[in-house]
Design a binder for this molecule. Structure first.
Ligand code: AHN
Ligand code: ZN
Length: 325
């Protein structure tokens, strides 16, 4: 009895003196704060691309802009690989294409992929005037690349923990118009990413996941959960959308589910044998019939219609995701 009492008292004493137990948080991993994404810098990278004129394969503007992108990425990244291909378009034209692959920590097994298309559409088939003239593609083309160049600049100042490959796909937007004299060609968009997915720049290439940026510079743009992204990479989609919400961009990244879009991510997911589960961050427009950006495939897709706030929401969200890997 006496022993029991002493034992009990000792236990109580230990209980009183020991530190109060801290409840373990559900997610004990501390969030890292990413560097600040500079939307002015991203905008300038868009302006530089637009200044070359339309970046239609086989034109001077395309060749010169390609050189500019390779040089710029060489200045920020560890390695740059240029994957050249001759790709036949719906109209029989052979497009001299360059997929540009810029890597940070190229030998690291743990890596992710960030991508966008850098070419622009050779016509303005959604316009009412000058439909046969090429568009500037400030949003459709240059915006995703502009955000990725700013991300590359940030990586050069502070290396992320994981390996990262930034891939700029070519020949995305030379797709067959809805109204066309040529026989219907399946899969006429996204020729560069289709080539990459079937001819990887490194044999046995794997990445934990991929994020595609397309039309990420529209005014008051909203990004929704597109079906192919949700099907092939649901965890990635949730991670990115939750991160955006945590950063205060919940109005831009909405949890609404929307229809499948034919874009580079679809071919990466379908043709690269599940090597890189990839989502698409692409504007969903409630108002337009196509549900694309209001100036999609028209001559109003110009620099003056680029909104820095949208670039910031997308760029900061992607940075936050990457630095927390
Ligand atoms: C189609 O128009 C079928 N898909 C949209 C892919 C795209 C075009 N992204 C930018 N421009
Ligand atoms: Zn387009």
């Amino acid at each position: 009895m006496k022993h029991l009492l002493i034992a009990l008292l000792t236990l109580i004493l230990i209980g009183c003196t020991s530190e109060p137990k801290v409840k373990k948080a559900k997610n004990p991993k501390k969030k890292v704060e990413a560097p600040i994404f500079n939307q002015d810098s991203a905008y300038n990278f868009i302006a530089s691309q637009v200044a070359f004129g339309p970046r239609v394969p086989n034109t001077k503007g395309h060749i010169a802009c390609g050189e500019y992108l390779i040089e710029t990425l060489r200045s920020y990244c560890d390695t740059v690989i240029v994957q050249e291909a001759q790709l036949t378009a719906f109209d029989g034209n052979v497009l001299n294409s360059k997929n540009i692959i810029a890597s940070f920590k190229p030998t690291r097994a743990k890596r992710i992929m960030l991508c966008a298309h850098w070419d622009t559409r050779p016509f303005a088939d959604q316009d009412t005037e000058d439909t046969n003239k090429a568009i500037d593609g400030a949003n459709d083309g240059a915006s995703g690349v502009g955000v990725l160049l700013e991300i590359a600049r940030q990586f050069s100042l502070k290396k992320p923990n994981i390996g990262v490959d930034i891939i700029l796909f070519d020949a995305e937007d030379y797709g067959q118009p809805a109204v066309s004299d040529y026989p219907r060609m399946e899969h006429s968009y996204c020729l560069g990413s289709q080539y990459w997915a079937t001819h990887l720049h490194k044999s046995n290439y794997f990445a934990k996941y991929g994020i595609l940026l397309d039309m990420v510079g529209g005014k008051n743009a909203v990004f929704t959960q597109e079906l192919a992204s949700l099907t092939f990479a649901p965890k990635v989609l949730k991670k990115v959308w939750n991160t955006a919400a945590e950063l205060g961009y919940g109005n831009t990244f909405q949890f609404k589910k929307t229809n499948l879009i034919i874009d580079d991510h679809l071919y990466i997911n379908n043709l690269a044998q599940g090597r890189v589960p990839t989502i698409d961050i692409i504007e969903y427009n409630e108002v337009t019939e196509s549900h694309f950006y209001e100036h999609w495939h028209t001559h109003k897709d110009k620099l003056e219609n680029i909104d820095k706030n949208t670039l910031k929401a997308v760029g900061q969200t992607v940075l936050q995701v990457v630095y927390n890997e």
